[in-house]
Design a protein around this ligand. Sequence first.
Ligand code: GAL
Length: 949
Amino acid sequence: MKRSVTDVFCLLLFLLLLSGTVGAADVYDFNTGWMFYHSDEQLLPREYKEHKSIWGSAKAATSDVVWPFTGFHYNEENFRPVDLPHDWSVEDGFYPDENGEQGYRKRGWGYYRKRFFVPSTWKGKHVELQFEGIATHSTFWLNQSLFHHNYSGYNTITMDITPMLQYGRDNILAIEVNAAVFEGWWYEGAGIYRNAKLIISDPVRIPEDDGIMVNAEIKLDGWVVSGYVNVLNDSDRNISPTVDIEIHDPDGKKVDTKRVVPAIPEHTTENIPFSFRVASPRQWSPETPDLYRLKVSMKNQSRVLEEKSETFGFRVFAFHFSTGFSLNGKQIKLKGVCNHQDHAGVGAAVPASIEEFRIRKLKEMGANAYRCAHNPPSKHILDLCDKYGLLVIDENRAFNAGPEWLQYVREHIRRDRNHPCVIAWSIFNEEPLQGEYRGQEIARALVRVIKEEDPTRPVLAAMNGGFFAAEGARNVLDVVGFNYQYDQIDKFHESYPNIPILLTEGASAFETRGEYVTDPEKLICTSYDEEAASWGTTHRKDWETVVNRKFLAGTFVWTGFDYHGEPTPYNNKFPANSSYFGCMDLCGFPKTAYYIRQAQWTDKPVLYAAPHWNWDGKEGEEIDVFVATNVKTVTFLLNGRNLGTFDVDPLTMLTQKVPYEPGTLLLLGKNGDREVVRTQIETTGEPVSLKLIPDRTAISADGYDAVPVTVCALDASGRVVPTANIPIDFAITGPGRNIGVGNGDPTCTLSEKADSRPLFNGYAQIIIQSKSGKSGSIKLTASSGNLKSASCTIKAEDAPKAAIIDGFVKEEVTIADWKVSQPTPEKPDLLFGNDGEISNLAQSELGNELHLRPRYWVSFYTKCETPPTVLAKGGSIRFKGMIGKAEFFLNGEKVYEKKAAAAEDIIFPVPAGAKDIEIVIRAQPDSKGVILLGDTVYVSPVRLKPAGT
Ligand code: GAL
């Protein structure tokens, strides 16, 4: 009798409570051990008409009658194992008949199942499940009961599952994800594309996402940090916990502390206010992103109920109708970028470390602001904007006053309001109702919810019309955002001089990295900053609009990075499948626009010349050399000959015609007579070798940390060949895996989950991720035909203890399905694969005491498929507690003999590569006739990792 893997196994999150945190909430990673199935169609409910089924299906815990895939015993043979975050749409290929705005990917329906063991010690605790984002609509069944629906791909879904669990047993969670629907006109990903967590706390608790509200404000007599701690008493007793609140400075030094002992009646919730004065704190800004920490610990007598902390910052900002924007008393321009949430190779399932790479790139470009277009971001993004110093417009596109939508918005604000980086809430992007009474009233409802949860920040919207309508959203907004509409900005400012304004979207200029002509046949756009959408403008014109208007708070360039989908200007022109708008391409390789922005936005001397200098066949022809720079003059030297020194216009910069001749064009950037920066473009030879450039050379072996590695081709003199478009094959050894590849070509339709990727105009990228708990050297090799291959080494380092924030996760799979023989006075024969005899045995659940006559014998039997991790790496099998004597047989071999009857934990190894496992245990009770076989689990290689990283 052979059973499928998941009929037999289930996943257990095993707790190892850290000393010192006993009693406090534990946050467990819920990302591993999922089974997944993708379908173009929705799985239909089973049809049934008999009374028994109808009666049975009308009760709790019977959903499997109608929806078989929600059941414990569903045959998962069509499912495959996946870990979260997971975006199925990037895994598959491109389909010209699919929706091009979503990147020509298959969306459809996805089905996820996860079995997990809940120990009986959790009885009396509060258990909560949290999904940070599932695209797009999701339906949850827990233990065969329809449990929850969610109708957006961007909100955090938090579910109290305490009463629905089976304690001391396996539980089954099944999720149907409908991605056939979508919310945007860009690539949104499909599936559980953000983190999942399981939170176990005392019934007296501080809620995970929004239990602490903290805000630092400057008053006439100095800085005040105030807010509240929300305590939920879900217990049946009145309690007076001791709540200690501490402030720690950016170096971890305690600044101040307070103790409150509130009385909280049973089943009520209290907001416990606090207020501190802090003298001369370090101020948070893009240049000095100093974060303070508020630590809260809640005890009942000596028992710790909760320990939580939140970072916050001291900064004061204002949007002003005549002076734009100020931060900490200084007028600054918002040098912003809009971004969607995907990256090459990984789609919307972007690891936090890749987000970090992207944020670093934006900072290097000189950005000081980030607009989350057009939806609430992942938690990582805001943490990173706090850490690196980017001012955020946090957007929600639930432009709807329905109860569920208002609730999404409320939760969004509560989740994000402590972040010092957030400077405004945006309630919509270009809504057609923006200039109507209805739009005004929907906006009013949203503003009301937002102000209830956060009265400290302005509410704005990204509008592209309706600015002058008598009735419209403008009437209820604190700040008006312009998406383009450059010709209406001045008129609006004249008409409404008291309304602060900014460009919530600017530019929408097109560039294909490394291309210097626009060719609609080839679906490419020039990189001379000449092409833009009809509603937009070039990067230079956009910034000119901003610097020439004191009242304009700044601009948010559409976009920082290219993104999958919305391939404007080549919409509906397959194979163009990703955007052309980015200052950087889909991998984060800079385009000319990046250097233009760097010249506009940073104080360091910038000098960048476009194009490259490989124009074989164009000798003598004039080539336009565009220089992105912020110096005063540039001297051109072609192969040593001085072609002249040219003035730079600070807004349009410099374009100079240079007759092509192979060699070196050297540019000297000067301020007055002083050379402050130089650069050169050179004619290269053919590629002869490859080069790999990892963004970091050490990563954490936590199974999440990931690093992008650039591959490029070099000529015989070691120069990068910017025109190389050659195939590259990758090979990895050691504890790392390839989670995606890209090259920034918006027309490339090769798989992003592959071991190869051609260079596009000189570059490609592979993303390497560590494997959980596996430290060592990851070696990456890139090869291409006869070229000299390249390799690089990335060290996967043990995750430092300090990084383990909330608890340990150890992956275990329960062996749930056992048979037991009738007790016999004689030692029974061994049973191995004898189907007839085995199927006559009774079904047995382990974990219960079995009472026999002393000295009688029984056999326990199971046969099942090995879980994938154990199959690949080996593992062990553990019986948690056994009473009685026993012999253990694994695939016919005796592997262990327990000679004493006293209670003992049994553990024996399972080698890698054994596809099926058959276990027979021949056992005899203790002197009282008791046999106990504790819960039995496969233990895959131990993984220790911080929750949710
Ligand atoms: C805007 C819109 C963005 C994007 C952009 C392209 O109007 O808000 O989402 O579509 O145009 O230029």
